[in-house]
Design a binder for this molecule. Structure first.
Ligand code: GLP
Length: 244
């Protein structure tokens, strides 16, 4: 779906999430959201906060699982996705802290495999992700599933692509400060979501969006795996869609 602007598109995406949260409330069920970081979802979070404050949208039945976190990374660090999520969403809505799940960048290396398996189990035990929000990196990554990520991959530690570290360098005051690794949900974790919305804004995403939507399905562009998902939508502004 192509919109004129990211603002307009973000409102539509936030509206879909709000409708889902409310429909689960009517059924007395939890709403399981898979959430993303980066600049792309910021306006969606802004709109959800506005709906909470002005329209009384409650997050009391919302459980969230974030896609990824840098490794190693403390929660207090301003570059952490933990910090990002609290700053943009969690601090401003009535979600219960125990319902927030973000990969923990402080787990010791020897315990990471078990930690990642537990993250998967927690998603499964929650009933799976109802709605997964995604951005896309210039390498074609979703979460931090860099080129080479297998369709069957689960939550794990990965090595960040050089391009991804270049793109993150402004947040970290230089590439040398960007972590070399991250914890990410896997491609299969993402593909098991009942509904997926990938958002991309701006001209610098146009090439990867063309490869993702019109290119062959390949682990070299992990976002292409979404082509086979039965309920995935790409929400684009006119600039990100300009090479289609
Ligand atoms: C990071 C995140 C991704 C995100 C990507 C794009 O790499 N791990 O989940 O999609 O950035 O970021 P932006 O939305 O700022 O372009």
């Amino acid at each position: 779906v192509i919109f004129k602007s990211a603002v307009e598109a973000s409102k539509v995406v936030a509206q879909e999430i709000a409708v889902l949260i409310k429909s689960k409330q009517v059924e007395n069920k939890f709403c399981i959201l898979g959430l993303a970081t980066g600049s792309s979802p910021i306006k969606v979070y802004e709109e959800l906060v506005r709906m909470h404050k002005e329209d009384g949208l409650s997050f009391h039945n919302v459980v969230t699982f974030n896609l990824d976190e840098y490794y190693p990374m403390t929660k207090e660090n301003r570059q952490s996705y933990h910090y990002f999520m609290h700053q943009h969403l969690f601090n401003h809505v009535d979600i219960k802290p125990e319902n927030i799940n973000i990969p923990d960048g402080t787990v010791v290396l020897e315990e990471l495999n078990q930690y990642c398996m537990n993250y998967e189990t927690k998603i499964k035990n929650a009933g799976g992700i109802d709605f997964q929000l995604l951005g896309i990196g210039r390498t074609g990554h979703v979460g931090f599933n860099e080129p080479g990520s297998h369709i069957n991959s689960g939550t794990r530690i990965i090595t960040l692509d050089h391009i991804t570290r270049v793109d993150a360098s402004s947040d970290f005051n230089g590439i040398d400060n960007v972590p070399k690794r991250a914890i990410t949900m896997g491609v299969s974790t993402i593909l098991r979501s009942k509904r997926i919305v990938l958002m991309a804004w701006g001209q610098n995403k146009a090439t990867v969006i063309k490869r993702t939507i019109q290119g062959e399905i390949t682990s070299e562009v992990p976002a292409t795996f979404l082509q086979n998902h039965s309920n995935a939508t790409f929400v684009l502004d006119q600039f990100a869609a300009s090479e289609l």
